[in-house]
Design a protein around this ligand. Structure first.
Ligand code: SF4
Length: 224
């Protein structure tokens, strides 16, 4: 199948490994609290010790789907839960592409297809691989195990640092120097260290108000 937009033909040739996809509430960062459809692509070699989706790492453990299939599933899932005629605010649907490390894949075809279906497309990446695709929001969360590419950092709309220990505040500041001045800065406690790190983050943000707090809201309200 081909989708024909005004001046582009979107081919349906790329297969992407999808670990899971679901409609929920964005729990983290600048868009926290908004409804969003998540597509979690499989494949990651970054190797964070505290990773909470280790089952996403191996591509071969997950089904490959065409981009058309992925977008059809997104539209269907959202249509089951929204009442668009009453949406007088004309809020566009948000699609978050996450992983795994989604930038291990070429995202051009998927994002074109989503864009054709009027999605606002948000990317969550470690920044360790070149970013591809038409994107409305780029969140980079650097990881120590495989650092982000400098060019990616310059494109970030949001920098989200996962704080695992006290040294991570100075580590965060190193990345803050490399993003654009419009980039939003967030500190987020690593979930297993939340009780220890959250009070430290709160104090740090009070002293350094260019940073804001991101908590994993979805874990507090127990949604995916
Ligand atoms: Fe897990 Fe993300 Fe780190 Fe990959 S980059 S190991 S998916 S936390």
């Amino acid at each position: 199948m081909m989708v024909v937009s005004e001046n582009k033909i979107i081919k349906n040739t790329r297969m992407l490994p999808v670990m899971e996809a679901f409609y929920t509430i964005q729990g983290e960062g600048f868009h926290q609290g908004k409804a969003a459809y998540f597509i979690r692509l499989a494949g990651c070699d970054v190797g964070c010790s505290w990773c909470d989706v280790k089952e996403s790492w191996r591509v071969e453990n997950h089904p490959k789907k065409t981009t058309t299939q992925i977008v059809e599933e997104a539209n269907f899932a959202i249509s089951q839960q929204t009442t668009i005629p009453n949406n007088k605010h004309q809020t566009p649907n948000i699609c978050v592409i996450t992983g795994g490390e989604p930038c291990m894949h070429d995202l051009n075809e998927l994002t074109l297809n989503l864009q054709y279906h009027q999605f606002k497309i948000h990317l969550e990446t470690s920044g360790a691989y070149p970013i591809s695709g038409n994107l409305d929001w780029i969140c980079i969360s650097p990881k120590k195990f495989k650092p982000p590419i400098s060019e990616n950092l310059k494109m970030a709309d949001e920098l989200k640092i996962i704080v695992f220990n006290k040294n991570d505040f100075s580590w965060a500041e190193e990345f803050a120097k490399k993003v654009s001045e419009n980039c939003r800065l967030f500190l987020q406690p690593e979930w297993s260290k939340e009780k220890i790190m959250l009070p430290l983050i709160i104090e740090y943000i009070k002293e350094n108000p260019q940073w804001a707090l991101s908590i994993q809201l979805h874990k507090y309200i127990q949604v995916p």
